[in-house]
Design a protein around this ligand. Structure first.
Ligand SMILES: NC(=O)c1ccc[n+]([C@@H]2O[C@H](COP(=O)([O-])OP(=O)(O)OC[C@H]3O[C@@H](n4cnc5c(N)ncnc54)[C@H](OP(=O)(O)O)[C@@H]3O)[C@@H](O)[C@H]2O)c1
Length: 339
Protein backbone atom coordinates (compact mmCIF):
# COMPACT_ATOMS: atom_id res chain seq x y z
CA UNK A 1 0.00 0.00 0.00
CA UNK A 2 1.31 3.51 -0.77
CA UNK A 3 1.02 6.45 1.59
CA UNK A 4 2.59 7.97 4.65
CA UNK A 5 4.25 5.67 7.15
CA UNK A 6 3.28 7.29 10.44
CA UNK A 7 3.91 6.79 14.15
CA UNK A 8 1.84 8.50 16.83
CA UNK A 9 3.63 8.72 20.16
CA UNK A 10 0.93 9.10 22.81
CA UNK A 11 -1.77 7.54 20.60
CA UNK A 12 -3.96 6.76 23.63
CA UNK A 13 -4.05 10.37 24.90
CA UNK A 14 -6.40 13.21 23.97
CA UNK A 15 -4.15 14.69 21.29
CA UNK A 16 -3.17 11.24 19.98
CA UNK A 17 -6.81 10.22 19.65
CA UNK A 18 -7.62 13.50 17.89
CA UNK A 19 -4.68 12.96 15.52
CA UNK A 20 -6.20 9.63 14.51
CA UNK A 21 -9.53 11.35 13.87
CA UNK A 22 -7.98 14.22 11.87
CA UNK A 23 -5.91 11.82 9.75
CA UNK A 24 -9.09 9.93 8.98
CA UNK A 25 -11.09 13.13 8.27
CA UNK A 26 -8.49 14.61 5.93
CA UNK A 27 -8.16 11.32 4.03
CA UNK A 28 -4.37 11.55 3.67
CA UNK A 29 -3.05 8.23 2.39
CA UNK A 30 -1.68 6.17 5.28
CA UNK A 31 0.36 3.06 4.48
CA UNK A 32 1.53 2.28 8.02
CA UNK A 33 0.24 3.51 11.33
CA UNK A 34 2.17 2.67 14.50
CA UNK A 35 0.37 3.56 17.75
CA UNK A 36 2.78 4.09 20.64
CA UNK A 37 2.21 4.66 24.34
CA UNK A 38 3.82 3.78 27.67
CA UNK A 39 2.55 0.23 27.52
CA UNK A 40 1.04 -1.85 24.72
CA UNK A 41 -0.21 -5.14 26.13
CA UNK A 42 -3.90 -5.67 25.30
CA UNK A 43 -4.54 -2.05 24.22
CA UNK A 44 -5.93 -0.93 20.88
CA UNK A 45 -6.80 2.33 19.10
CA UNK A 46 -9.35 2.74 16.32
CA UNK A 47 -8.38 4.16 12.94
CA UNK A 48 -11.26 4.14 10.49
CA UNK A 49 -12.34 0.51 10.23
CA UNK A 50 -9.04 -0.71 11.64
CA UNK A 51 -8.19 -1.70 15.17
CA UNK A 52 -4.49 -1.07 15.78
CA UNK A 53 -2.54 -2.70 18.59
CA UNK A 54 -0.76 -0.21 20.83
CA UNK A 55 2.98 -0.79 21.16
CA UNK A 56 5.39 0.32 23.90
CA UNK A 57 7.45 3.34 22.85
CA UNK A 58 10.67 2.04 24.36
CA UNK A 59 10.83 -0.84 21.86
CA UNK A 60 10.11 1.27 18.74
CA UNK A 61 12.18 0.60 15.61
CA UNK A 62 12.14 4.01 13.89
CA UNK A 63 13.01 2.49 10.51
CA UNK A 64 9.33 1.49 10.20
CA UNK A 65 8.06 5.05 9.67
CA UNK A 66 8.74 8.33 7.80
CA UNK A 67 6.84 10.70 10.08
CA UNK A 68 6.32 10.64 13.85
CA UNK A 69 3.85 12.81 15.73
CA UNK A 70 4.92 13.25 19.35
CA UNK A 71 2.05 13.88 21.78
CA UNK A 72 3.27 12.42 25.06
CA UNK A 73 4.77 15.30 27.03
CA UNK A 74 8.15 16.98 27.37
CA UNK A 75 10.18 14.14 28.87
CA UNK A 76 9.23 11.76 26.06
CA UNK A 77 10.01 14.32 23.35
CA UNK A 78 13.35 15.18 24.95
CA UNK A 79 14.42 11.54 25.05
CA UNK A 80 12.94 10.03 21.88
CA UNK A 81 12.66 12.82 19.26
CA UNK A 82 16.47 12.86 18.67
CA UNK A 83 16.45 9.05 18.26
CA UNK A 84 13.74 9.36 15.61
CA UNK A 85 15.39 12.18 13.65
CA UNK A 86 18.73 10.36 13.73
CA UNK A 87 16.95 7.50 11.96
CA UNK A 88 15.78 9.99 9.28
CA UNK A 89 12.21 10.33 10.59
CA UNK A 90 10.45 13.71 10.35
CA UNK A 91 9.28 14.53 13.89
CA UNK A 92 6.33 16.86 14.47
CA UNK A 93 6.36 17.59 18.17
CA UNK A 94 3.33 18.72 20.16
CA UNK A 95 5.20 19.09 23.45
CA UNK A 96 6.76 22.38 24.51
CA UNK A 97 10.25 20.87 24.94
CA UNK A 98 11.81 21.99 21.63
CA UNK A 99 9.67 25.03 20.82
CA UNK A 100 12.05 27.78 21.86
CA UNK A 101 15.22 26.01 20.66
CA UNK A 102 16.67 28.44 18.06
CA UNK A 103 17.54 25.49 15.78
CA UNK A 104 13.98 24.11 15.77
CA UNK A 105 11.29 25.78 13.63
CA UNK A 106 8.06 26.56 15.47
CA UNK A 107 5.38 26.37 12.83
CA UNK A 108 1.79 27.20 12.01
CA UNK A 109 1.82 26.41 8.26
CA UNK A 110 -0.64 29.12 7.19
CA UNK A 111 1.45 31.75 9.00
CA UNK A 112 5.14 30.71 8.74
CA UNK A 113 5.35 27.39 6.88
CA UNK A 114 8.52 28.53 5.12
CA UNK A 115 10.34 28.40 8.47
CA UNK A 116 10.42 24.58 8.24
CA UNK A 117 13.41 24.65 5.86
CA UNK A 118 15.18 21.30 5.88
CA UNK A 119 14.61 20.59 9.55
CA UNK A 120 13.59 17.04 10.46
CA UNK A 121 12.35 18.23 13.85
CA UNK A 122 9.44 20.68 13.76
CA UNK A 123 7.70 22.01 16.85
CA UNK A 124 3.98 22.73 16.86
CA UNK A 125 3.05 25.64 19.14
CA UNK A 126 0.91 25.73 22.25
CA UNK A 127 -2.84 25.50 21.51
CA UNK A 128 -3.53 29.11 22.62
CA UNK A 129 -0.67 30.38 20.45
CA UNK A 130 -1.91 28.68 17.27
CA UNK A 131 -5.36 30.28 17.26
CA UNK A 132 -3.94 33.67 18.26
CA UNK A 133 -1.37 33.85 15.45
CA UNK A 134 -3.91 32.62 12.88
CA UNK A 135 -6.20 35.52 13.84
CA UNK A 136 -3.41 38.12 14.12
CA UNK A 137 -1.49 37.25 10.92
CA UNK A 138 -3.89 38.79 8.37
CA UNK A 139 -4.17 42.00 10.42
CA UNK A 140 -0.42 42.13 10.88
CA UNK A 141 0.14 41.68 7.13
CA UNK A 142 -2.11 44.59 6.21
CA UNK A 143 -1.90 47.08 9.08
CA UNK A 144 1.09 46.02 11.22
CA UNK A 145 0.55 45.10 14.87
CA UNK A 146 2.49 46.92 17.57
CA UNK A 147 0.77 45.86 20.82
CA UNK A 148 -1.35 42.87 21.91
CA UNK A 149 -3.10 42.15 25.22
CA UNK A 150 -4.78 38.76 25.45
CA UNK A 151 -6.78 37.00 28.16
CA UNK A 152 -7.52 33.33 27.57
CA UNK A 153 -10.43 31.15 28.69
CA UNK A 154 -8.90 27.69 28.35
CA UNK A 155 -10.73 24.37 28.31
CA UNK A 156 -9.68 21.50 30.60
CA UNK A 157 -8.88 19.17 27.68
CA UNK A 158 -5.83 21.41 27.17
CA UNK A 159 -4.40 19.75 30.29
CA UNK A 160 -5.02 16.18 29.06
CA UNK A 161 -7.39 13.28 29.79
CA UNK A 162 -6.92 13.31 33.60
CA UNK A 163 -8.22 16.89 33.72
CA UNK A 164 -11.29 16.02 31.65
CA UNK A 165 -12.03 13.19 34.09
CA UNK A 166 -11.53 15.53 37.06
CA UNK A 167 -14.04 18.06 35.69
CA UNK A 168 -16.57 15.26 35.06
CA UNK A 169 -16.16 13.82 38.56
CA UNK A 170 -16.27 17.17 40.33
CA UNK A 171 -19.33 18.33 38.37
CA UNK A 172 -21.20 15.11 39.22
CA UNK A 173 -20.15 15.35 42.88
CA UNK A 174 -21.19 18.98 43.18
CA UNK A 175 -24.66 18.55 41.66
CA UNK A 176 -25.33 15.54 43.89
CA UNK A 177 -24.14 17.34 47.03
CA UNK A 178 -20.93 15.29 47.39
CA UNK A 179 -17.45 16.59 48.21
CA UNK A 180 -14.61 17.13 45.74
CA UNK A 181 -10.88 16.68 46.14
CA UNK A 182 -8.81 18.48 43.49
CA UNK A 183 -5.87 16.51 42.09
CA UNK A 184 -4.98 17.72 38.59
CA UNK A 185 -5.64 21.40 39.38
CA UNK A 186 -4.69 22.91 42.75
CA UNK A 187 -8.27 24.02 43.43
CA UNK A 188 -11.75 22.89 42.33
CA UNK A 189 -12.31 23.43 38.59
CA UNK A 190 -16.02 22.53 38.39
CA UNK A 191 -18.24 25.66 38.49
CA UNK A 192 -15.15 27.78 38.98
CA UNK A 193 -12.68 29.99 37.08
CA UNK A 194 -8.95 29.65 37.79
CA UNK A 195 -7.01 32.86 37.01
CA UNK A 196 -3.83 31.00 36.20
CA UNK A 197 -2.74 27.95 34.14
CA UNK A 198 0.51 26.17 34.84
CA UNK A 199 3.16 27.17 37.39
CA UNK A 200 4.08 30.73 38.27
CA UNK A 201 7.36 31.89 36.81
CA UNK A 202 9.38 34.96 35.98
CA UNK A 203 7.79 38.36 36.77
CA UNK A 204 4.69 36.64 38.25
CA UNK A 205 3.54 35.38 34.84
CA UNK A 206 2.68 31.68 34.51
CA UNK A 207 4.36 29.13 32.25
CA UNK A 208 1.32 29.16 29.96
CA UNK A 209 1.49 32.95 29.69
CA UNK A 210 5.20 32.87 28.87
CA UNK A 211 4.55 30.22 26.18
CA UNK A 212 1.91 32.41 24.57
CA UNK A 213 4.12 35.51 24.66
CA UNK A 214 7.41 33.93 23.53
CA UNK A 215 5.98 31.55 20.95
CA UNK A 216 3.89 34.26 19.28
CA UNK A 217 6.94 36.46 18.92
CA UNK A 218 9.04 33.58 17.54
CA UNK A 219 6.41 32.85 14.88
CA UNK A 220 5.39 36.37 13.91
CA UNK A 221 8.93 37.59 13.68
CA UNK A 222 8.65 40.94 15.40
CA UNK A 223 8.19 42.42 18.80
CA UNK A 224 4.43 42.49 19.23
CA UNK A 225 4.73 43.67 22.85
CA UNK A 226 2.33 40.92 23.84
CA UNK A 227 1.01 40.64 27.40
CA UNK A 228 -1.04 37.60 28.40
CA UNK A 229 -3.28 36.36 31.20
CA UNK A 230 -4.11 32.65 30.94
CA UNK A 231 -7.29 31.48 32.67
CA UNK A 232 -8.71 27.96 33.04
CA UNK A 233 -12.48 27.57 32.77
CA UNK A 234 -14.75 24.52 33.27
CA UNK A 235 -15.27 23.93 29.53
CA UNK A 236 -14.37 20.55 28.04
CA UNK A 237 -13.19 21.56 24.55
CA UNK A 238 -12.49 24.95 22.95
CA UNK A 239 -10.16 27.72 24.05
CA UNK A 240 -11.45 31.30 23.87
CA UNK A 241 -9.34 34.47 23.85
CA UNK A 242 -10.27 38.09 24.40
CA UNK A 243 -7.72 39.97 22.28
CA UNK A 244 -6.94 43.69 22.30
CA UNK A 245 -4.46 44.94 19.72
CA UNK A 246 -3.09 48.20 18.38
CA UNK A 247 -1.93 48.58 14.80
CA UNK A 248 0.70 50.70 13.05
CA UNK A 249 -1.68 51.80 10.29
CA UNK A 250 -5.23 53.16 10.51
CA UNK A 251 -8.20 51.02 9.40
CA UNK A 252 -11.98 50.86 9.24
CA UNK A 253 -13.87 47.90 10.71
CA UNK A 254 -14.84 46.93 7.16
CA UNK A 255 -11.14 46.75 6.22
CA UNK A 256 -10.42 44.63 9.30
CA UNK A 257 -13.16 42.19 8.26
CA UNK A 258 -11.78 42.06 4.71
CA UNK A 259 -8.30 41.35 6.05
CA UNK A 260 -9.58 38.61 8.36
CA UNK A 261 -11.42 36.96 5.46
CA UNK A 262 -8.09 36.46 3.69
CA UNK A 263 -6.74 34.45 6.63
CA UNK A 264 -6.68 30.72 5.93
CA UNK A 265 -8.52 28.91 8.75
CA UNK A 266 -10.23 32.13 9.93
CA UNK A 267 -14.05 32.22 9.98
CA UNK A 268 -15.80 35.42 11.02
CA UNK A 269 -18.75 34.75 13.34
CA UNK A 270 -19.88 38.23 14.21
CA UNK A 271 -23.55 39.06 14.17
CA UNK A 272 -24.27 39.33 17.90
CA UNK A 273 -27.71 40.87 17.40
CA UNK A 274 -28.80 37.64 15.68
CA UNK A 275 -26.92 35.42 18.12
CA UNK A 276 -23.84 34.79 15.95
CA UNK A 277 -20.94 34.89 18.38
CA UNK A 278 -17.97 32.52 18.57
CA UNK A 279 -18.26 30.02 21.45
CA UNK A 280 -16.34 26.88 22.45
CA UNK A 281 -19.37 24.70 21.70
CA UNK A 282 -19.42 26.05 18.11
CA UNK A 283 -15.68 25.61 17.73
CA UNK A 284 -15.50 22.05 19.08
CA UNK A 285 -15.11 19.29 16.51
CA UNK A 286 -14.10 21.52 13.58
CA UNK A 287 -10.94 23.24 12.34
CA UNK A 288 -11.76 26.91 11.84
CA UNK A 289 -10.57 29.70 14.11
CA UNK A 290 -13.77 31.61 14.89
CA UNK A 291 -13.40 35.38 15.22
CA UNK A 292 -16.16 37.66 16.49
CA UNK A 293 -17.03 40.62 18.73
CA UNK A 294 -14.99 42.71 16.27
CA UNK A 295 -15.09 46.29 17.49
CA UNK A 296 -13.03 49.45 17.72
CA UNK A 297 -11.65 50.60 21.06
CA UNK A 298 -13.41 53.65 22.42
CA UNK A 299 -10.23 55.45 23.48
CA UNK A 300 -7.41 54.37 21.16
CA UNK A 301 -7.95 55.21 17.46
CA UNK A 302 -5.98 52.16 16.24
CA UNK A 303 -7.15 49.88 19.06
CA UNK A 304 -9.19 46.80 18.10
CA UNK A 305 -11.00 44.12 20.15
CA UNK A 306 -11.62 40.56 18.98
CA UNK A 307 -12.92 37.35 20.54
CA UNK A 308 -11.11 34.31 19.12
CA UNK A 309 -12.21 30.70 19.67
CA UNK A 310 -10.90 27.35 18.38
CA UNK A 311 -10.96 23.65 19.18
CA UNK A 312 -7.74 23.22 21.20
CA UNK A 313 -7.44 19.52 20.38
CA UNK A 314 -7.99 19.90 16.63
CA UNK A 315 -6.83 23.34 15.40
CA UNK A 316 -4.70 23.86 18.54
CA UNK A 317 -2.93 20.51 18.27
CA UNK A 318 -3.78 17.65 15.87
CA UNK A 319 -4.86 19.61 12.78
CA UNK A 320 -1.84 21.92 12.96
CA UNK A 321 0.44 18.87 13.22
CA UNK A 322 -1.21 17.12 10.26
CA UNK A 323 -1.09 20.39 8.27
CA UNK A 324 2.67 20.55 8.92
CA UNK A 325 3.04 17.03 7.51
CA UNK A 326 0.97 17.92 4.44
CA UNK A 327 2.86 21.21 3.97
CA UNK A 328 6.17 19.34 3.91
CA UNK A 329 4.76 16.73 1.53
CA UNK A 330 3.42 19.36 -0.87
CA UNK A 331 6.55 21.47 -0.72
CA UNK A 332 8.76 18.48 -1.48
CA UNK A 333 6.29 17.52 -4.18
CA UNK A 334 6.01 14.05 -2.66
CA UNK A 335 2.70 13.86 -0.90
CA UNK A 336 3.39 10.17 -0.61
CA UNK A 337 6.85 9.24 0.68
CA UNK A 338 9.00 7.39 -1.84
CA UNK A 339 9.55 4.15 0.05
N1 LIG B 1 -4.51 18.73 25.10
C1 LIG B 1 -4.23 19.78 24.32
O1 LIG B 1 -5.11 20.59 23.96
C2 LIG B 1 -2.84 20.00 23.83
C3 LIG B 1 -2.62 21.01 22.91
C4 LIG B 1 -1.34 21.25 22.45
C5 LIG B 1 -0.31 20.46 22.92
N2 LIG B 1 -0.54 19.46 23.83
C6 LIG B 1 0.61 18.63 24.25
O2 LIG B 1 0.44 17.33 23.68
C7 LIG B 1 0.99 16.35 24.56
C8 LIG B 1 -0.08 15.30 24.90
O3 LIG B 1 -1.16 15.94 25.55
P1 LIG B 1 -2.53 15.18 25.83
O4 LIG B 1 -3.48 16.25 26.23
O5 LIG B 1 -2.88 14.25 24.73
O6 LIG B 1 -2.14 14.29 27.14
P2 LIG B 1 -2.88 12.99 27.72
O7 LIG B 1 -4.30 12.95 27.31
O8 LIG B 1 -2.56 13.00 29.18
O9 LIG B 1 -2.12 11.75 27.02
C9 LIG B 1 -0.76 11.48 27.23
C10 LIG B 1 -0.27 10.43 26.25
O10 LIG B 1 1.14 10.30 26.38
C11 LIG B 1 1.47 8.93 26.60
N3 LIG B 1 2.65 8.85 27.43
C12 LIG B 1 2.88 9.47 28.60
N4 LIG B 1 4.11 9.12 29.09
C13 LIG B 1 4.64 8.27 28.20
C14 LIG B 1 5.86 7.54 28.12
N5 LIG B 1 6.80 7.64 29.09
N6 LIG B 1 6.09 6.75 27.05
C15 LIG B 1 5.17 6.65 26.06
N7 LIG B 1 3.96 7.29 26.08
C16 LIG B 1 3.72 8.09 27.14
C17 LIG B 1 0.24 8.35 27.28
O11 LIG B 1 0.29 6.93 27.14
P3 LIG B 1 -0.40 5.93 28.21
O12 LIG B 1 -1.84 5.80 27.80
O13 LIG B 1 0.36 4.65 28.06
O14 LIG B 1 -0.24 6.56 29.57
C18 LIG B 1 -0.85 9.04 26.48
O15 LIG B 1 -1.01 8.37 25.24
C19 LIG B 1 1.54 17.13 25.75
O16 LIG B 1 2.90 17.40 25.52
C20 LIG B 1 0.73 18.41 25.73
O17 LIG B 1 1.40 19.48 26.34
C21 LIG B 1 -1.78 19.20 24.28
Amino acid sequence: MSGYRIAIVGATGLVGQTLLQVLEDTGVPVATLVALAREGEGRFVEFGQDRIAVEPLERMDWGRVDVAFFAAGNAVSAQYAPQATQAGVTVIDKSSYWRMDPHVPLVVPEVNGAAIGDSLLIASPNCSTIQLVIALAPIQARFGVKRVVVSTYQAVSGTGRDAVEELEQQTRAQVSGGSVSPEVYPVTIAHNVLPWCDRFGEADYTGEEWKLMRETEKIMGQNLRLSATAVRVPVYVGHAESVYLETEQPWSLEEIREALKTGPSVRIVDDPVHGAVPTPLDAAGQDDVLVGRIRADLHESRGLHLFVVADNLRRGAASNAVDIMRFIGTRRNQDIPAR
